[in-house]
Design a binder for this molecule. Structure first.
Ligand code: FDP
Length: 339
């Protein structure tokens, strides 16, 4: 008896979700829900996606084009600048600098913010760390770009003060992780969406909507080499996790460590140390945007025992300690800090 061959089922392309959307089309669709929206915000995001594609491309070719290594200068916060830090910074400045909606730009790589215009028709300030984890570049480890978008305060005098708003005031925040794939994670205050760069098409495609961080996962991420310098509560927490069967993961690029935690759960810590008594990470363009994303995904973020997003900044480049991740894991740390 002969068997009748069934029609072959066409294979599903794992790169394509059912409703194909790019980051820009997704934002435009969201914007259409708000009457009176002008599209200004979408243009700012398009400058960020353009920068991300250029930076991703440059990173991929860095060794061939000899743009790895330090350039012998230090940035506004005293870190040694890598060639790619400067390239990424210039790319973002050039892309964002001609967007009509931006009043003030601020970068980790520049001492002073760049004032573009003070008029009310420029509603936003954009702050960024062009290349987080850049000391890892020579070793081909993942790096990232982090950004925070604030509403411009036209009353601020001098205008730089418009930037000094606590993280709760952010209207949007996100990061681009240049890893085994290039992902763009974005929140506009209504959950977190994840887009992946399709390398041949050159577009960020929506891959996951409303990303939620696992509530708990026995994993912690900290540079444990500094343990003896940490305040006692953090040391007690580390003693505790060692008895609980936790695993430890530390990439040394905050964006990559927090991205892993967003997807798999756990907690990221950068406590105060003797060298950095207020913590190492920069509040306004590293900790605040990552905290907004983690909280929008259902996690928690603290600076010591204070909710991170409530910290009132006093200076653009101010540092902070950081505890962020799955809510139950952050609670375990806080419990030990409060003992
Ligand atoms: P980098 O200096 O390479 O830019 O933001 C600073 C940062 O990296 C974070 O990405 C990273 O988590 C941290 O510093 C690593 O610091 P340690 O080497 O002190 O652990």
């Amino acid at each position: 008896m002969s068997t009748v061959a069934k029609d072959p089922v066409p294979p599903t392309d794992p790169g394509l979700s059912e409703n194909l959307a790019t980051l820009e089309s997704h934002i435009l669709a969201e914007e259409s829900r708000y009457p009176g929206a002008t599209g200004t915000f979408t243009w700012i995001l398009s400058a960020l996606t353009l920068s991300a594609k250029i930076i991703a491309n440059k990173i991929r070719r860095a060794r061939i084009e000899d743009v790895l290594g330090a350039i012998g200068t230090v940035n506004a916060t005293g870190d040694e600048q890598q060639k790619l830090d400067v390239i990424a910074n210039e790319t973002l400045m050039r892309a964002l600098g001609n967007r009509a909606g931006v009043a003030v730009l601020a970068s980790e790589e520049n001492d002073q913010p760049i004032i573009l215009r003070t008029k009310e028709d420029r509603p936003y300030c954009v702050l960024f760390d062009p290349l987080d984890g850049s000391s890892n570049l020579d070793a081909c480890v993942s790096v990232g770009t982090i950004f925070s978008i604030l509403r411009h305060d036209t009353e601020a005098d001098p205008i730089e003060k418009s930037l000094l708003q606590p993280g709760v005031k952010q209207v949007a925040a996100g990061y681009i992780l240049y890893g085994s794939s290039c992902v763009f994670v974005l929140t506009t205050g209504h959950g977190v969406n994840l887009f992946v760069l399709h390398p041949s098409v050159g577009a960020f495609i929506l891959a996951q909507e409303n990303l939620r961080i696992p509530k708990a996962a026995p994993s912690y991420s900290v540079n444990e080499a500094y343990r003896a310098q940490f305040p006692a509560g953090y040391q007690k927490y580390l003693d505790w996790v060692h008895t609980q069967g936790y695993s430890s993961r530390y990439i040394g690029t905050m964006v990559a460590d927090i991205h892993r935690i967003l997807v798999q759960g756990g907690v990221f810590l950068y406590p105060p140390t003797k060298k950095n008594p207020s913590g190492k990470l920069r509040l306004m363009y590293e900790a605040n945007p990552m905290a907004m994303i983690v909280e929008q995904a259902g996690g928690k973020a603290y600076a010591g025992t204070e909710p991170l997003l409530e910290v009132q900044p006093e200076a653009l480049h101010q540092r902070t300690s950081v505890i962020m991740g799955s809510s139950a894991e952050v609670d375990h740390v806080l419990r030990h800090l409060k003992k």
